[in-house]
Design a protein around this ligand. Structure first.
Ligand SMILES: Cc1ncc(COP(=O)(O)O)c(C=O)c1O
Ligand SMILES: [Zn+2]
Length: 407
């Protein structure tokens, strides 16, 4: 492990931050061991564990693997046409084992917690990580405690309960749930995947860069759009592209990386747009992208730097714009995303309008969570339903306009 601030190096032990300066730690590897030739990869699992040389487990055979990752990269021609792009892809992480990208970091973190000899795992969560950690802890046979704020989607809590987790709910924001979780980890010696196992946890999400390049025949896209909550995901994807470049597996400087947030909680976008190099926390987040409602993002500052270094942008979308993007994605490509997933499509639309994404760029939108987790975002309105009561003969007037609405 290497400290991102002071550069000191440490053994991959029970470390959550740099013991010398309290800075964040990044994993690094013996890059000479990497053999990602077609012959080698074709014999590997179709999950994040196919990239085992760049995942922080000493013995990858002991990975807790529910099959996270290796999700489809879908070419999205109908959506591209609607947005005015030539080449657009959707990285469809809605089909992971617990239906969000969080299975990637949870698989790595629960595996690492076992390797480090922890007997209890858990997390602080805006919803998706709760389900992902609970499922992987079930597979590992470890008890699991998840700390959640008030007001997150009931579906996500139900998922975590079904996987056998104990829910600990704080009457406040995510940031408060996170603080409570940190104290519990210290007091009881638990492995909380996104807190004291964070340096290992974040490594799981890098696979979102590896897979996209493998699926494009080891070419990098020109531009990727990534949702931001804590900023860990965007930062990890950037690290992944950087590792591929260092390994010579992709050419050029790597894609521009743009970040997307909900307008009611957009501390990283605000910092980007006002040219600041620090994050001003949002006191009371309010967005339908509840998974992204983190007022004081732990990796926000690093996500901001990654965006700027890559030549990308940051954009926020209102609740209405996100809801419209969910429907746009659904009706053009047959893909149902939750608000935190579709926010990338909403942001992309605005970035194209602003000229920040070129029409000839090869673009990848990360769709990180499944719409069935937050169905209220497309609660049916009068306009969606033709109610025919008990009169089973449909008149022409009743279906007039049908066929237009799909476009
Ligand atoms: C569906 C979804 N997308 C994106 C994110 C953002 O990830 P991060 O908090 O690592 O920035 C989250 C976080 O919970 C999420 O649930
Ligand atoms: Zn340090």
């Amino acid at each position: 492990m290497r400290c991102r601030e002071c550069g000191s190096e440490h053994e991959p032990a029970r470390l959550s931050v740099c013991p010398e300066c309290l800075g964040p730690l990044d994993a690094f590897y013996d890059y000479r061991e990497v053999d990602w030739s077609e012959a080698s990869l074709s014999r590997r699992p179709r999950s994040i564990w196919r990239y085992r040389e760049l995942l922080p487990l000493l013995d990858p055979r002991k990975a807790v693997d529910l099959g996270a990752g290796f999700t489809p990269l879908r070419r999205a021609d109908r959506l591209a046409k609607e947005l005015g792009l030539e080449e657009l892809y959707l990285k469809d992480d809605t089909v992971n084992p617990t239906y969000s990208f969080k299975d990637r970091p949870a698989s790595v973190a629960v595996s690492k917690a076992m390797e480090l000899g922890y007997g209890v795992v858990g997390c602080a969560s805006t919803g998706n990580l709760a389900a992902a950690t609970a499922a992987h802890s079930a597979k590992a046979g470890l008890p699991c405690y998840v700390f959640i704020p008030k007001g997150i989607e009931g579906t996500k809590v139900s998922q975590a309960i079904a996987y056998g987790a104990r829910i600990i709910r704080v009457s406040g924001t995510y940031d408060e749930a996170n603080a409570a979780a940190s104290r519990a980890a210290e007091r009881f010696g638990w492995a909380l995947v996104n807190i004291n196992v964070r340096p290992y946890y974040v490594e799981g999400s890098k696979s979102l860069a590896f897979e996209v390049c493998e699926q494009l025949g080891w070419e990098a896209p020109d531009h990727v759009i990534v949702p931001i909550g804590s900023g860990a995901l965007l930062n990890a994807i950037a690290k992944g592209f950087g590792e591929l470049r260092d390994l010579g597996l992709i050419e050029g400087r790597g894609p521009k990386i743009s970040g997307a947030q909900g307008l009611g909680c957009s501390p990283v976008v605000d910092a980007f747009k006002s040219g600041r190099d620090y994050i001003e926390p949002v006191e009371a987040p309010n967005t339908i992208a509840k998974s992204l409602a983190i007022g004081d993002p732990g990796d926000g500052i690093y996500a901001l730097r990654r965006i700027r270094d890559s030549g990308g942008r940051a954009e926020a979308a209102s609740d209405a714009e996100i809801a419209e993007a969910i429907r746009l994605l659904g009706r053009t490509e047959g893909l149902f995303a939750e608000p935190a997933g579709a926010v990338t499509v909403a942001a992309l639309k605005k970035l194209i309008a602003a000229g920040a994404v070129g029409r000839d760029e090869r673009v990848v939108c990360y769709i990180t969570g499944n719409g069935l987790k937050a169905p209220d975002a497309v609660a049916p309105s009068e306009a969606d339903i033709t109610d025919i009561g008990h009169d089973l003969e449909i008149s022409a007037a009743e279906i007039s306009g049908v066929g237009d609405w799909r476009r």
